[in-house]
Design a protein around this ligand. Sequence first.
Ligand code: C2E
Ligand code: MG
Ligand code: MG
Ligand code: MG
Length: 278
Amino acid sequence: AARQPNAIRLQIYNAQMMAEQLEKHHLQSELAHAIKDQQLRLFVQPQVSQGQELVGLECLVRWQHPEKGLLPPGHFITLAEESDLIVSLGEWVMEQACAILAQVQKIQPNIRVAVNISPKHFRQAYFNAQCLGYLAAAGANPKGLMIEITESLFVDDLDEVIAKMTELKKHGIRFSIDDFGTGYSSLSYLQHLPVDELKIDRAFILGMERYGLEGSLVSSIYAMAQQMQLEVVAEGIENTTQWQRLARFDQLQLQGFLFAKPQFYPDWLKTWQSTINV
Ligand code: C2E
Ligand code: MG
Ligand code: MG
Ligand code: MG
């Protein structure tokens, strides 16, 4: 392509762009249909204590595409976020999550269920009312709901965001900052946010392997969280070496393939019920 005249290169480039745009629009309209057509699947990934006791579940959406098979969120969340589809997708996930919470609370009352919520969804005026509505309809105790947000939520309209979070917290709902450390947050404003938990991004767990515990920020994040009385979850733990390095952090909660992979909720539930009934 380097030897082609500019005009031809530009044409090729345009054709590629157009093909990509078309593919994107196609997937977007398919996704709109998928949400109504029950093609979304809710997977859950367990979160455990250092003693490997189950403390919670994170809800992770998948798309059972009729031709492409089971698609991970990396294939469609960005697409959904570029349109309003992320709102209907998030509503579907939230409603399912509340039903799951009600079901698992009956078995283990202190368990929590975490849901990923995009800023665009959280910013809907009716978000709080709808969320409380789903909880009530499912008969779930709001204390078990953990809403995972990212630092990007705090970029603008901070007062409004904090007011909404504060209202939900009055009902016992908690907030977790996902992918903590990768975004915009300055540590100084963290103490003004009504958050309950930090999720240390997998990048720091990988960093710990490369640079050692001291060279990574894991110790600092944990210490700061302890001081601010926040819960901490370490994400993406894949091997025992990583876990051993984290062993000194008593209160740290753990999530990763080493403990359990995300599983289709009904399958996970069956396995869980069979292990606790014996
Ligand atoms: P996240 O919220 O940070 O979720 C953790 C991701 O790490 C999940 O990927 C999970 O499968 C993966 N993971 C867990 N343990 C390990 C591990 O040990 N090693 C590795 N390599 N990965 C691990 P997944 O399910 O593909 O989701 C990717 C992202 O998509 C999520 O990142 C979240 O940002 C977004 N997402 C997923 N479900 C939803 C949803 O319902 N709504 C919204 N808005 N976003 C969602
Ligand atoms: Mg998450
Ligand atoms: Mg995360
Ligand atoms: Mg992540």
